[in-house]
Design a protein around this ligand. Structure first.
Ligand code: ADE
Length: 239
């Protein structure tokens, strides 16, 4: 998979690509991430990327010419999904991460200031994505959120001891509690069931814990999933 990121702050993006799973996915050629400086696509002497908004108001707008030039240079055949990161976009979630991970080419546009010229959105952008209901100073951190979430669900990106299938949200439930050694720490014991070696009982317990956590913390998520009769009974008994 190839991801191109267009930004005026490559220095914000680059270090994050050089650690952990993202580094490994790139080293294994599962993922290629190219970071492009928008200023490299300007043609004027001052390399200006932004300008004042028509109609007035505070803040600057990213100009159309460099963005058109950059996007067209990166996918002349127009086959990539062109994603603009903006608080006005569709909220990002795990299903988006999984759907995007099936694409072969993504172009991520990081906005700054007040945003980008509307003509870029209408003509070239295929998806507008928000990472949450708050306003960041630019799209760089949101772009990294996407690259990280997508990169780690690419086949073979995770090592043997990690599994995207067992994540919070992969079954639309929050994750269960986890413990490691020691079996007792400052008087707090690991639940006996996890030490029992009984695989079926352990997975049942983990599933119940996930259900309980989801019901307590994110009851909204339960509306989207099909609960078994056992799940419903468990939730009823633990109200
Ligand atoms: N740019 C600024 N804030 C953002 C957000 N919450 N999501 C995506 N892009 C953004």
């Amino acid at each position: 998979m190839r991801i191109d990121i267009i930004t005026i702050f490559p220095e914000v993006i680059l270090p994050v690509l050089q650690a952990g799973i993202l580094k490994r996915a790139q080293a294994r050629d599962i993922l290629t991430v190219n970071v492009h400086n928008l200023r490299d696509f300007t043609t004027d002497r001052h390399q200006s990327v932004d300008d004042y908004p028509y109609g007035g108001g505070a803040g600057m707008i990213l100009k159309p010419e460099p963005l058109f030039a950059a996007i067209r240079a990166l996918h002349p055949a127009s086959t990539a999904r062109v994603v603009y990161l903006t608080p006005q976009g569709t909220p990002f979630n795990q299903s988006f991460a999984e759907a995007f991970s099936l694409e072969s080419h993504l172009i991520l546009i990081c906005g700054r200031y007040k945003g980008i010229d509307e003509r870029v959105r209408t003509k070239l952008v295929t998806d507008e994505i928000s990472i949450g209901d708050y306003v960041l100073s630019g799209g760089e951190i949101p772009a990294l959120v996407l690259v990280d979430a997508i990169g780690r669900v690419l086949p073979h990106a995770l090592g043997n001891y990690e599994s995207a299938q067992e994540d919070s949200f992969s079954q639309d439930l929050l994750d269960c509690p986890h413990y490691t050694r020691p079996a007792e720490f400052e008087g707090m014991k690991v639940p006996d069931i996890l030490l029992s070696g009984h695989h079926k009982k352990i997975t049942d317990w983990q599933h119940e814990q996930s259900l309980r956590r989801t019901a307590e913390r994110r009851p909204d998520l339960l509306k989207n999933i099909e609960l078994s009769t056992e799940d419903i009974a468990y939730l009823k008994n633990n109200e």
